[in-house]
Ligand binder design. Sequence first.
Ligand SMILES: [Zn+2]
Length: 188
Amino acid sequence: MTKALIVVDVQNDFCEGGSLAVAGGAAVAARIGQLLAVPHRYAHVVATRDHHIDPGAHFSDSPDFVDSWPMHCVAGTPGAALHEPLSEADFEAIFDKGEYAAAYSGFEGASAGVGLGQWLTERGVDQVDIVGIATDYCVRATALDAVKAGLDVRVLLDLTAAVAPQRLGEVLDELADAGASLAGSGVA
Ligand SMILES: [Zn+2]
């Protein structure tokens, strides 16, 4: 088995103080930092980033927080940067998505022109752990696509944060039904 960690959208705008802050985002960043700071079992560690240039109706001045959102993660702005303690140096590759349209799944992202799915396949990855923000949007979409890609998928719930915690049960049921495992990270 070859295992990879996919860190989804742990960016400043999705953490406290950002334009689309998810409660608990900064704590998730800190805990992922702890996970990466000690020897771990991942052959590859990659990240995804929301990376908007002009994503059309994904941005709205009167967002519904389901399909439209306040402006966030505009490419090249501090809001689009990874949240400390994470930095680009922590990752073997970073997959940017959403330049000109909404993109929730990391599998819509590319790094140097290579999509996440192809990148993982080329390295023989067959197991992925998925963490990040938000559980009910980009983590969910990335996990569902990872299952569809034939990977053995775990979502490490204590390293995720949700936009709408009251709907989280529904999302977790959907992930489990799709075949993803829900697990803990073991980070103390
Ligand atoms: Zn977005």
